[in-house]
Design a protein around this ligand. Structure first.
Ligand code: WTA
Length: 656
């Protein structure tokens, strides 16, 4: 099993048509219907989105202006007032969905819980009142550092209920990473848990929050709300720490939704970029609600009777948009699973599919590759016949994994929805629609209606079919990020200036390389910047380098991605040491652990290589291209004559 290479993808010719019976009942029933919608949206994007916003969402007050576009700053549905939790909860209570399952939760040890829309509404209102009681009001930021338990979704919705933007930090990040994010967002309160269950272990979380807050580490944080999950022995600091269950028990379930301006901030979510520290991606209320609603409805072909399962963690954008907001806005049943496939139960995902009769299943290529390795006997021993649509996200999917997913999990019956999108885009940008789009293994196919995706060169000129280029979006869309939190300038530089605007027409630069074939299908080739994608998780090479050089033994570090069969890419770090230290295996282990402490286990380098010196240009810039070649065992590609010291490469090669 390998990552897609340009050669393998170029040779990929297979075409899979949507199953006829599925298409007949789908929201969008044919390619012609998709093309008609696409053309309509392209001709008049504002009218297209305004009509859907009117039809699909409830607003407390209608907007005055559909789009205010002052490049690169967009405002959607300006003057409109709504609350996303009203659309996700209250409006369903007026219908038969009142007692429909909103969240089905399966804990790793086998415990489970189902919350109907009425029950979820009640708990969200209670939690919102607890937040108010602890001094949180509209506009205050709240950090959420949680395992995959229903309270994670409840906490997010409680924040949105009162207009307090949340910033969820993935539970796998370290105390240091939590601290950085809490400080950047200046969070007033943190919601966490004593721990969570993952791979048969109780993972501590509260301890990391304690560490982040120690010595006044995050001075904006006044209170910590703690959900009890693992019964771990934790310390509760008097006056600062409060048990969730104790405060909820006495909280009122009456909490009217705060009327939010369409452009009020809904959340900040940190993601890795090319330079410096992770950036706080800002999403606002109205456009995000509409776009996650529409993409969830059309790309999954969501039916009211479906059980829908997205295996992501709520700590990532996929969890935000497609476990919580998108499905609940549609009144769907969204399944949350706490655990991960593990040696003690390699078939646990398929147990969940069978137990709840899951109809729509959404996961990542890295998980699919892991399932392939675990063996077909696990899925084959379960009844997976309930599945209708299968989705994938996070990284390019290699055609072999695509075919396995389609055959072994989908029994050849389910369309594969390969969704290309990003934290910044808020929702799916390029994706098949299951009843409409014929699929090709390895291609995310065609853009969602209203998304004007294109392939250009660095000057912004269109490239010919099948020539590689940069993926850009030509028109603002409702759920686009609004800015980098507190740093408009970084927003502009990162996304809008790599490709110079032509005649004042700004294009959004996604940071991905792409090829478009003669059928208009997009084939994503991966990042073109210094971001690496490890198991579908985005990591900035600079972040890992800063973590390494903060260790006293390290003089310099350069991090590159190296192809990996399972993870897609793995972290490979080249390190030069201070003269006080000499290279040895213990130090390698120590440095790997140091990165885990600074960032989290997801960033642990797969390999550390010690070097006397790093390859640099005469102006002192590290030449990563050469390191990438070395890391993947390839020949050095390109001209090395710009290098300052030619012997460096020779030594690195010999040492590898
Ligand atoms: C990559 C995750 C190929 C891409 C939703 C993008 C993909 C980055 C796909 C965003 C896909 C995501 N095919 N590559 N279907 N989906 N990517 O912000 O490089 O964690 O830029 O958002 O993941 O990662 P992020």
């Amino acid at each position: 099993m390998s990552q897609p290479t340009i050669e393998s993808i170029l040779q990929e010719q297979r075409l899979f048509s949507p199953p006829t019976d599925l298409a007949a009942q789908a929201e969008i029933k044919s390619l012609a219907e998709y093309e008609q919608l696409y053309a309509q949206a392209e001709a008049d994007p504002q009218a297209f989105w305004a009509e859907l916003a009117e039809k699909e969402l409830e607003w407390f007050e209608k907007w005055d202006t559909v789009l205010d576009w002052q490049p690169p700053f967009a405002k959607w549905f300006v003057g409109g007032k709504l609350n996303i939790t009203y659309n996700c909860l209250d409006r369903h209570l007026k219908t038969w969905r009142r007692n429909k399952a909103a969240l089905i939760w399966e804990g790793e040890p086998g415990d489970s819980r189902t919350l109907t829309y009425a029950q979820l509404h009640r708990e969200v209102c209670q939690a919102a009142n607890v937040l108010k009681q602890l001094g949180v009001s509209k506009g205050d930021r709240v950090g959420i550092y949680m395992p995959m338990v229903p309270e994670a979704a409840i906490a997010m919705l409680a924040c949105a209920r009162i207009g307090a933007p949340h910033t969820v930090v993935f539970g796998g990040f370290s105390a240091e990473a939590v601290k950085d994010r809490l400080n950047d967002a200046e969070a007033k309160l943190v919601i966490t848990a004593d721990g969570g269950f993952r791979k048969d272990k109780a993972v501590p979380l509260k301890a990391a929050v304690d560490q982040a807050l120690a010595n006044n580490g995050a001075p904006s944080v006044q209170n910590v709300l703690v959900v009890q999950r693992t019964q771990a022995d934790i310390t509760m600091e008097n006056g600062r720490d409060h048990w969730w269950h104790e405060l909820i028990a006495t909280a009122s379930a009456d909490c009217p939704p705060e009327p939010m301006d369409s452009e009020d901030m809904l959340f900040i979510l940190y993601t890795s970029g090319t330079t410096g520290r992770p950036k706080g991606v800002v999403h606002t209320t109205g456009g995000y609600n509409l776009y996650t609603h529409m993409t969830c409805k059309w790309a999954f072909d969501l039916k009211d009777t479906d059980v829908y399962w997205c295996t992501a963690d709520v700590g990532w954008i996929t969890g935000h948009s497609y476990i919580v907001y998108g499905p609940l806005s549609n009144g769907a049943t969204s399944l949350m699973y706490e655990g991960a496939p593990r040696t003690s139960n390699p078939g646990c995902f398929w147990d969940v599919v069978e137990k709840y009769g899951v109809n729509i299943f959404y996961t990542a290529p890295t998980a699919i590759r892991a399932f392939i390795k675990l063996g077909n006997q696990h899925p084959q021993a379960r009844d997976l016949s309930s599945l209708r649509v299968l989705g994938t996200v996070g990284e390019p999917i290699n055609p072999e994994a695509w075919i396995w997913y389609q055959q072994v999990i989908g029994g050849g019956q389910c369309p594969i929805i390969d969704t290309w999108w990003q934290t910044e885009t808020g929702g799916f940008m390029i994706t098949p629609l299951p009843g409409a789009t014929p699929t090709k293994p390895g291609s995310a196919t065609r853009p969602f209606p209203g998304i004007l995706a294109d392939v250009v060169d660095l000057d912004g000129n269109p490239v010919a079919d099948n020539d590689g280029g940069y993926l850009v979006i030509r028109h603002p869309w409702p759920s686009m990020m609004r800015t980098v939190y507190g740093d408009d300038d970084r927003f502009r530089r990162t996304y809008w200036e790599h490709i110079p605007p032509k005649d004042g027409n700004y294009v959004y630069f996604a940071g991905d390389g792409v090829r478009r074939d003669e059928d208009g299908y997009f084939w994503i080739m991966g990042r073109v910047d210094d971001v690496i994608n490890v198991s579908g998780h985005r990591l900035g090479t600079m972040e890992i380098e800063s973590a390494l050089v903060s260790h006293p033994a390290v003089a310099e570090a350069a991090v590159v991605g190296r192809p990996d069969d399972l993870k897609g890419e793995d972290v490979c770090a080249f390190v030069t040491l201070e003269h006080t230290h000499s290279p040895n295996d213990d130090l390698k282990t120590e440095l790997k652990q140091h990165v885990v402490n600074e960032i989290g286990a997801i960033a642990r380098p797969g390999e550390i290589r010690f070097a006397d010196a790093l390859p640099k240009t005469r102006s002192g810039k590290i030449i990563r291209r050469f390191l990438r070649n070395l890391a993947s065992g390839e020949d050095i590609a390109g001209d090395a004559s710009t290098m300052e010291d030619q012997s460096v490469l020779e030594k690195l090669r010999q040492g590898s």
